[in-house]
Write a protein that binds this ligand. Structure first.
Ligand SMILES: Cc1ncc(COP(=O)(O)O)c(C=O)c1O
Length: 437
């Protein structure tokens, strides 16, 4: 198929909800390491990594060699048969979870399924039903995961399943209480106590949160937030679920999991994306006593698939051997400094936030009113594309640029990014000013 045929077939044969970035969809033909090529042969520097998924570079040779070997040996058995890749992956993960305390895994195909599994596990373990999630969160696209999601744009289909309530998230740039950190005394976290007492049955099955809200626009809480939340969750009998679909595997820098940045030991971790570097794998890993509470029959046809399990373990080994979480911290700090420099020069940048190689740039029309600059964000995506750069978008108002390159990039890639990004930013602001004149 040529480009036009692909675009046309997309329109004719896919649900319209399968939306694409850009006015004209970017038809991707191939990718290698930090680069992507479109069907016309144009090269792009990929600073979004699929959607925060390419952890060790596109088509990583070391990983792919192991996958090809496995593909020729054993491709499928399902969870009802034991196989080495699944067992080896579970053992590897048990060795790196916070405090070494989450030792039992259940594998599925996506982040959505990983969260579904966590909710069922929490309910089986506690005997309670209600789950507290956060406003502005994203937890997946199934009926139940949409009910957990705290953003109306991503909750399709009307009535959502019961059993979810949404607590206040921490967003110091747009404080829900209009307060200022630290004099606020982290009221957003403390509010959870009254929220559980007034909006639930008083005992909860669990609490789920992303250590940094991804789709929400890389919203990064103050350091005390999750510690306070954790205490309240325990007080009301819940398990603490850390949704590490975007923050896992070293991306936040120096730690395997984002929640470790906040000094909290979760009861369950869910993940996907960067764990597979593109392979469809979902992980729910729990403390053994919690995992053991999920008794009875359940099955995942493709869960623990030998090929994807091989890929996931190869990715973890690669991250470990190449110290990529250290690189995420160091190169991430270098990237952050570049973004802060740009913020000092360009008033359209209202906020820069994130950790490691997970950095967000919030665009505003006016720094005083903080009116979200959604149109400029779209224009910046388009301009970046023209300058050979792929970046992501997020935020409840669609005004946050999401930057999440592969974790094995170098500082020279950041220099390349910064040049392309700032050139694009200047183009957008100049066009805006021309419009005003
Ligand atoms: C934090 C978080 N949880 C869950 C999901 C759902 O994962 P998937 O798209 O693999 O189902 C996503 C996807 O973006 C996510 O960002």
């Amino acid at each position: 198929m040529n480009k036009q045929e692909i675009i046309l077939a997309n329109q004719q044969y896919l649900f319209p909800s399968v939306f694409h970035y850009y006015k004209e969809p970017l038809v991707v033909a191939r990718a290698k390491d930090q680069y992507v090529w479109d069907i016309d042969g144009n090269q792009y520097l990929d600073f979004f990594g699929g959607i925060v998924t390419i952890s060790v570079g596109h088509c990583n040779e070391t990983v792919n060699r192991k996958v090809h070997e496995q593909m020729d040996k054993l491709q499928h058995v399902s969870t009802v048969f034991a196989n080495e890749p699944q067992a080896a992956l579970a053992k590897r993960i048990a060795g790196i979870t916070p405090g070494g305390k989450l030792t039992k895994s259940f594998f599925t195909n996506s982040g959505t399924e990983a969260n579904e599994t966590a909710f069922v596990t929490a309910r089986c373990y506690t005997g309670n039903h209600e789950i507290v999630a956060l406003r502005h969160s994203y937890h997946g696209r199934s009926a139940v995961a949409m009910a957990a999601t705290g953003n109306s744009s991503w909750r399709l289909g009307g009535a959502a399943p019961s059993g979810f309530v949404h607590a206040i998230n921490a967003n110091c740039y747009r404080c829900p209480f209009g307060l200022t950190y630290p004099s606020c005394n982290v009221r957003c976290a403390r509010d959870l106590d009254e929220m559980i007492r007034t909006s639930t049955a008083g005992r909860i099955a669990g609490f789920i949160a992303e250590p940094i809200q991804g789709v929400g626009g890389f919203i990064t809480p103050p350091k005390e937030y999750f510690e306070i939340i954790h205490g309240i969750v325990k007080k009301y009998g819940g398990v603490f679920i850390s949704d590490e679909v975007q923050t896992g595997w070293g991306r936040t820098g120096g730690k395997w999991f984002g929640i470790e940045q906040w000094g909290v030991e979760p009861d369950i971790i869910t993940s996907a994306k960067s764990l597979g570097n593109g392979a469809p794998v979902g992980l729910t890993v729990a403390r053994p006593e919690i995992a053991d509470a999920m008794k009875g029959l359940t099955i995942s046809t493709f869960g623990g698939n030998p090929v994807t399990a091989t890929q996931a373990k190869a990715v973890i080994d690669y991250i470990d051997e190449h110290k990529l979480s250290i690189n995420a911290a160091e190169t991430g700090a270098y990237l952050r400094a570049k973004l802060e420099e740009m913020k000092a020069k360009h008033p359209i940048i209202g906020d820069v936030r994130g950790m490691g190689l997970l950095q967000g740039v919030e665009l505003v029309e006016d720094r005083e009113t903080k009116a979200p600059a959604a149109a400029a964000t779209n224009a910046l995506l388009e301009a970046s594309r023209e300058n050979g750069l792929m970046i992501g978008k997020g935020g409840t108002w669609g005004n946050v640029i999401r930057i999440s390159p592969p974790m094995n990039i170098s500082k020279s890639d950041v220099d390349d990014f910064a040049l392309r990004f700032e050139t694009s930013l200047k183009r957008v602001t100049q066009t805006q000013m021309a419009g005003v004149r």
